[in-house]
Design a protein around this ligand. Structure first.
Ligand code: CA
Length: 232
């Protein structure tokens, strides 16, 4: 399995570097950003396996960021750990209210933080439904990996999200407009033909494995998972 990807949102450079170093040393892939705004931009392109958020950030604070992450259907299930200053009991309560899974009090020991990360990832990984599969293909929603006939293949974020959506709803046919809403989000203004372009890319990626018919065209409607594969 590929290593878990952890996103760190921390404005203080020293702590950010410490986090990058100590988390990276535990074998995780780490990306760091200095504020909530950069985190939201990064999240549009790639969903990490866990996000570590400092409570005190400039402009948009950590709680507001956590709320936004929880309100976006593509990031709502990502485990969140909040870094708080000592003794902020009320803040801690608020952070749980915002959907934070765990918190670590500053100053923290890197060892303890890593133990919390590991425990949380394990807890999430144990949840049922991390594997979505059909005959010959499985998608791991925790590892964000796609395995086709024994090979791990790389999909771009949009193709990955399309595939995940079809696998989650194997009996449903989606209109192009629904796919736009669910995969691209309502706020994005793109043409419905964009859906066709990305379905084509997904099929191309699966072609080599003779699974390009996995996503079926439903004439006059849009697309659905091919029922021939769904019997796995
Ligand atoms: Ca801070």
């Amino acid at each position: 399995m590929t290593s878990h990807h952890i996103l760190v949102v921390e404005d203080e450079q020293e702590i950010r570097e410490l986090l990058q170093y100590s988390i990276g040393r535990s074998g995780y892939t780490v990306s760091v950003v200095p504020d909530a705004e950069s985190a939201l931009v990064q999240l549009q392109n790639e969903a990490p396996d866990l996000i570590l958020i400092d409570w005190m950030l400039p402009r948009m604070n950590g709680i507001e960021l956590a709320r936004r992450i929880r309100h976006d259907q593509y990031t709502k299930d990502i485990p969140l750990i909040m870094l708080t200053a000592r003794g902020e009991e009320v803040d801690k309560l608020k952070s749980f209210d915002a959907g934070v899974d765990d918190y670590v009090t500053k100053p923290f020991s890197p060892r303890e933080l890593n133990a919390r990360i590991k425990a949380l990832l394990r807890r999430v990984g144990d949840l049922e439904g991390s594997q979505l599969s059909v005959e010959g293909l499985s998608l791991d929603t925790v590892a964000h990996s796609v395995c086709v006939k024994g090979d791990y293949i790389h999909l771009r974020p949009t193709e990955y999200r399309l595939l995940e959506l079809f696998l989650r709803h194997p009996k449903r046919a989606f209109h192009r407009s629904q796919l736009l809403d669910l995969v691209w989000g309502r706020s994005v203004f793109v043409d419905e033909r964009t859906v066709d372009v990305h379905v084509l890319r997904l099929r191309k990626a699966l072609h080599e494995y003779e699974m390009d018919t996995l996503v079926q065209t439903v004439h006059g409607v849009g697309y659905r998972l091919n029922p021939a594969f769904a019997s796995a």
